[in-house]
Design a protein around this ligand. Structure first.
Ligand SMILES: Cc1cc2nc3c(=O)[nH]c(=O)nc-3n(C[C@H](O)[C@H](O)[C@H](O)COP(=O)(O)OP(=O)(O)OC[C@H]3O[C@@H](n4cnc5c(N)ncnc54)[C@H](O)[C@@H]3O)c2cc1C
Length: 188
């Protein structure tokens, strides 16, 4: 049983995993390697002069792995709601259960629609359908959250990464029963 499972290791999902893993939450991330970020070249990501999409994605995965999150390159083919959270099944036949599930699947919303998670029309260019989430990132299904492009935020990596972090902080706060802040002091 994981505390957090995340679908997608693009900026939204990887950033969410970085926060949940660093907070000590047992986290697993799945990715089908069908993201848009690997096709991009970035010169508008605050703090980084320029970086290729593949390098940004690879660094994101290493960052959350450093804090103990597990990573599996596999496609989630179904999500099932359970009393304790949600069960996801992969194309390779693995099944895992998590208390909280964060969907960070980019332009892909088919899984959410399969589980009757509420969707609506997207407003960003080329984004047709998005998951209908509240300000915290919660879907209409208890324990299932969503972040990044699939929720209709502006399609820019710094924004989708920030949205993943925001949702993760809300998940951690709910698990802890109090608001969570992750601040490190400058090393001497
Ligand atoms: C050509 C191009 C150029 C761009 N240039 C810029 C730029 O210069 N600056 C900028 O800020 N933004 C740019 N962007 C946009 C930027 O890439 C996105 O805004 C942002 O990175 C999207 O992040 P995300 O995590 O929401 O989605 P993604 O990066 O698409 O990640 C979603 C992940 O979910 C995974 N996934 C989906 N369904 C499943 C499933 N069922 N099971 C397992 N995994 C699944 C996918 O494999 C994918 O890796 C560009 C995009 C493109 C296509």
């Amino acid at each position: 049983m994981y505390e957090v499972a995340i679908i997608g290791a693009g900026p939204a999902g990887a950033s969410a995993a970085l926060f949940t893993a660093k907070a000590g939450k047992k986290t697993i991330v799945f990715d089908s390697d069908k993201g848009m970020t690997k096709r991009a070249w970035f010169e508008n990501f605050y703090g980084i002069m320029e970086i290729s999409g593949p390098e940004l994605v690879e660094t994101g995965i290493k960052q959350f792995q450093k804090f103990g999150a597990q990573y599996k390159e596999d496609t989630i083919v179904s999500i099932e709601k359970t009393d304790g959270g949600a069960v996801v099944t992969t194309a390779n036949g693995d099944t895992i259960e998590a208390k909280h599930l964060i969907i960070a699947s980019g332009i892909h919303t088919d899984l959410a629609e399969q589980l009757s998670i509420a969707t609506k029309a997207g407003t960003e260019p080329r984004i047709k359908t998005i998951l209908d989430v509240d300000a915290q990132g919660k879907t209409n299904v208890e324990g299932i959250w969503a972040a990044g492009t699939c929720t209709g935020v502006s399609v820019h990596a710094i924004i989708t990464a920030g949205d993943g972090a925001k949702v993760a902080i809300n998940v951690i706060s709910e698990l802890n029963g109090e608001r969570y802040v992750d601040h490190d002091m400058m090393k001497a």
